[in-house]
Write a new protein. Structure first.
Length: 290
């Protein structure tokens, strides 16, 4: 999809962070934007900001963990703009469950997987048949993470598991669409190469009642400020990657029909090599210590 002007993009988790940056980058290319998020207030705010910039845009409050809600998002998008060409399955949560996986509750696992994995499944199930039926070129971007997609951080069982699943899910999606010669490209996005300031850490504060714990635990950090304090106390030099950088990399990958949206970084490349070497040697997973 070399020319995206006039095309239509749907972005879940689009009211902040990477999603909002994607919306603004697409709008700058004269695309029509459908912003989806769980918070009506935040959806209204980003839609108003895009409209002030002259973008054609609507907002749809969506729970990606609910198939009917995602189908309603699809219907609103097609009703407003007549087609969908780019789908960014970007919604995600940090799950707020750090520590030993055997101590997590089923609701810890349920909430994280419901948003991070089932949100992708629902997006593909709702939109791909319609995109195929339209017969036009399109592209799907699924947001994964280096934490799980490349090598898991041992203290983030729910998040890392969900993002590893997203990577495999996206690879299979690519293979299946390629096998039928569909004119729909697929990408998996690894934001980075460094930490991003998004709403991921604060997501546990918006955890739905349906996934609440009877005995909530205190997590190491639930805000950017507490995360920064913990990292600085540990002697970690924090370097942030602007979300605009991620949006630009995603835009370029869509135009180039590139599957891996993976920033160039020697640190990331070394983790990939270490993991591959561990697998080839049939040895212990030393990549988790890299």
């Amino acid at each position: 999809m070399k020319d995206l002007a006039g095309r239509v993009a749907v972005i879940t988790g689009g009211a902040g962070g990477i999603g909002a940056a994607l919306a603004e980058r697409f709008a700058a290319e004269d695309m029509s934007i459908v912003v989806s998020d769980l918070s009506e207030e935040r959806v209204d705010a980003i839609v108003a900001r895009l409209a002030e910039q002259g973008a054609r845009t609507i907002g749809v409050v969506t729970d990606v963990g609910d198939l009917a809600s995602v189908e309603a998002l699809r219907d609103e998008a097609y009703s407003a703009f007549g087609n969908v060409h780019v789908l960014c399955n970007n919604a995600g949560v940090g799950a707020g469950a750090e520590g030993k996986m055997w101590e997590h509750t089923t609701n810890d696992w349920g909430w994280g997987l419901n948003v991070n994995l089932w949100g992708m499944i629902h997006g593909v199930k709702a939109f791909v048949p319609a995109m195929l039926a339209a017969g036009e070129s399109g592209h799907i971007v699924n947001t994964s993470s280096g934490n799980g997609g490349i090598a898991p951080l041992p203290n983030t069982a729910v998040y890392a598991t969900s993002k590893a699943a997203v990577t495999a899910f996206t690879e299979v999606l690519y293979g299946q669409l390629h096998s039928i010669d569909a004119n729909i490209g697929v990408s998996v996005l690894y934001p980075g190469p460094n930490v991003l300031k998004t709403g991921l850490l604060e997501s546990s504060g918006h955890r739905p009642d349906a996934w609440a714990n009877d005995t909530p635990r205190t997590t190491p950090y639930t805000t950017i400020a507490s995360f920064e304090a913990a990292m600085l106390a540990a002697g970690v030099d924090l370097t942030y990657t602007p979300v605009e950088f991620v949006a630009e990399a995603t835009f370029d990958a869509i135009r180039a029909n590139r599957f891996w949206i993976l920033p160039e970084s020697e640190r990331i490349d070394q983790r990939i090599r270490t993991r591959a070497d561990s697998m080839l040697a049939r040895s212990q997973p030393t990549y988790m210590e890299a």
